[in-house]
Design a protein around this ligand. Structure first.
Ligand code: AMP
Length: 419
């Protein structure tokens, strides 16, 4: 497989798919430029080699073409500043003018294309309302046909393809996956960010050092079923935390008061416990909870056994005994995956459990464990606690990481690696 380090970009034009889907405020100013910074090593390597880059990204979910609210023009000046070159801008990712701008790029020059999602062909999904299923199916067929031309045109701008957009690796879109087939084996590769993400997932899911512990938090079992089921075939310890604790506790006959619970998932919770037993996975559940008399940071609080929560009270975090149990399991692990907080960490009075989990992971990591944090709120947690740099890897991909943990082969990875 070709790698970015082994490729000499001198005199070559590279089509680089990045994830510049950064948040903007009402004045279209960037409020967090991490995603742009994350792609800089890849872009700089190509430019330093004497190559040129055609930078392509989506932003938001535009409903029409064009939609100034989602124009990448808003980020052009900042990309130029970070990259240290004046980046040119193609106000349309298609068209003869854009093709010409790409053709005229000289070594060391960069061109940013307008938002790929201004075209429905990027996602391959027709836009608009359809009166009947037949009409929708017909429109879909046309979009899919047009997608081929769209993809081919994007590919025609460059000599090689670099995918550095892990955030969209779970999408089989034109620029994230389909485009790869227009480049030969030696001319398509991951960028540095994508390489790091793929390696991190591999270290956790396939080249696993044992014991392997996954901490699954968050609000609902229903949103994590597939992940839990897949993890039950991989992990040694599965820690269940957060709101889903109470679905398990109720299923086991406990009293959970007003805690969040999915009553239609009680049987599923028992099935998952059975599966864990069959797979010899140590399922670690909370034994105590920090309860509150309302869903508020200012609520009255108490610590009680997790299965004895009085009516009118709800569990908003784990208690100290559970913190200790979780921490001991984590500290004895060699591979750790953390997805989801142990409680309502947005309220300062209910962050302690998540903080304890974070601290235990820091210690395990110091002692040589590989720790991967990702999939939404646990990333917010490690940032809030200032421990992101003490984890082995904090993923930039929410949905993409979750699908990878579910065991799904991501189209963006498959398109380059072939599996
Ligand atoms: P998810 O998006 O499924 O990872 O869920 C993250 C959310 O779960 C966060 O906003 C937490 O506030 C919420 N959460 C965690 N524990 C609880 C709990 N005990 N009760 C209600 N919400 C919770």
């Amino acid at each position: 497989m070709q790698t970015i380090d082994n490729f000499n970009f001198a005199g070559k034009k590279a089509f680089v798919r990045v994830d510049f889907n950064v948040p903007l405020n009402e004045n279209f100013e960037i409020t967090d430029d991490n995603r742009i910074r994350a792609a800089l090593p890849t872009l700089k390597k190509i430019l330093n080699d004497g190559g040129s880059v055609i930078i392509a990204s989506h932003m938001g979910r535009p409903k029409k073409n064009p939609d100034s609210k989602y124009s990448l023009k808003s980020i052009l000046a900042h990309v130029s500043e970070l990259l240290g070159v004046t980046v040119k801008f193609a106000s349309d990712c298609m068209g003869a003018e854009t093709a010409q701008m790409a053709a005229q790029l000289k070594p060391g020059e960069a061109l940013l294309l307008e938002n790929l999602r201004f075209y429905e062909e990027e996602e391959g999904k027709p836009r608009g309302e359809f009166a009947t299923d037949e009409e929708k199916a017909a429109a879909k067929k046309v979009t899919k046909e047009n997608q081929k031309k769209f993809t081919q045109t994007l590919a025609s701008y460059a000599d090689c393809y670099v995918n550095d957009a892990f955030g969209t690796a779970h999408r089989a879109h034109a620029s994230t996956a389909l485009i790869a087939k227009y480049f030969d084996e030696n001319s398509k590769m991951f960028g540095y960010l994508m390489e790091k993400e793929v390696l991190a997932v591999q270290k956790v899911m396939t080249d696993t050092a044992r014991p392997f512990t996954a901490i699954m938090g968050g609000s609902k079992v229903s949103s994590k079923i597939e992940i839990i089921e897949n993890l039950l075939t991989k992990v040694d310890n599965l820690i269940i935390a957060g709101g889903m604790t109470y679905t398990f506790t109720k299923a086991l006959g406990g009293k959970i008061g007003n805690s969040i619970c999915e009553d239609d998932k009680l049987d599923l919770a028992l099935e998952l416990l059975e599966k864990a037993k069959a797979n010899k996975v140590n399922m670690v559940l909370a034994v105590d909870a920090k309860i509150a008399d309302s869903f508020s940071n200012e609520a009255k609080t108490a610590f009680v056994p997790v299965s004895e929560i009085p009516d009118g009270w709800q569990g908003l975090d784990i208690g100290p005994k559970t913190e200790q149990i979780f921490s001991d399991v984590i500290k004895a692990s060699k591979t750790i995956l953390w997805n989801g907080p142990t409680g309502v960490f947005e309220f300062d009075n209910f962050t302690q459990g998540s903080r304890a989990v974070g601290d235990a992971i820091v210690e395990a990591t110091k002692n040589g464990a590989f720790s991967l944090v990702g999939g939404g709120d646990s990333v917010a947690c490690v940032n809030k606690f200032g421990i992101a740099d003490k984890m082995s890897y904090v993923s930039t991909g929410g949905g993409a990481l979750l699908e990878a943990i579910e065991g799904i082969v991501l189209p963006g990875i498959e398109a380059i690696r072939g599996y």
